[in-house]
Design a binder for this molecule. Structure first.
Ligand code: SF4
Ligand code: SF4
Length: 165
């Protein structure tokens, strides 16, 4: 049986809206920083599950650093080594896809937790708003808005599906 970390993006978003001062911890699971920079779980989840994948994506057009592009599946990818955290993409996105604090944490090591490290996993859970990150034996369950991001992480969020629109 696989044990997953379940990250409830719906609750995290609500906590962020309720408290603009809230600093949401981030988690990652990459072996090392690659040329595209560190990708956090929250960023991967938002671009994978809730981004509307706009045809002429305004976030890409507005980015002054050419830090955004689509991967072959149409999923937005951010090159964190290029991003200058100007947040122009946040402002222009018509769907509020990205949280306003989205682009700063990768530069703050105190807010980053490595999911390959069990101690970090527990620290990540403890640091997040109560009930937003839990450990579960459950599997992906679309009827409960729970989706598998990878072999370590489940994400709960309202899925945007291009096929439905
Ligand atoms: S925050 Fe980063 S990705 Fe977004 S527009 Fe600015 S440079 Fe580009
Ligand atoms: S503008 Fe927003 S919804 Fe559209 S592709 Fe960019 S991030 Fe996704």
């Amino acid at each position: 049986m696989n044990r997953y970390l379940l990250i409830d993006m719906i609750k995290l978003r609500a906590a962020s809206v309720a408290n603009s001062e809230l600093v949401i911890p981030e988690a990652y699971f990459y072996q090392s920083l690659n040329v595209n920079g560190l990708k956090t779980i929250r960023e991967l989840a938002i671009f994978r599950f809730t981004c509307r994948r706009c045809e002429d994506a305004p976030c890409i057009s507005v980015c002054p650093a050419e830090a955004l592009e689509k991967d072959p599946d149409g999923i937005i990818e951010r090159h964190t080594n290029l991003c200058v955290s100007c947040k122009s993409c946040v402002t222009i996105c018509p769907f509020g896809t990205m949280m306003t604090d989205f682009f700063e944490h990768h530069r703050n090591k105190d807010l980053l937790f490595d999911l390959k490290d069990n101690n970090d996993v527990q620290r990540f859970i403890n640091s997040c708003p109560e009930g937003t990150v839990t450990v579960t034996d459950a599997e992906e369950s679309p009827e409960k808005n729970i989706y598998r991001l990878n072999d370590k992480v489940l994400v709960k969020d309202y899925l945007y599906s291009p096929e439905k629109h």
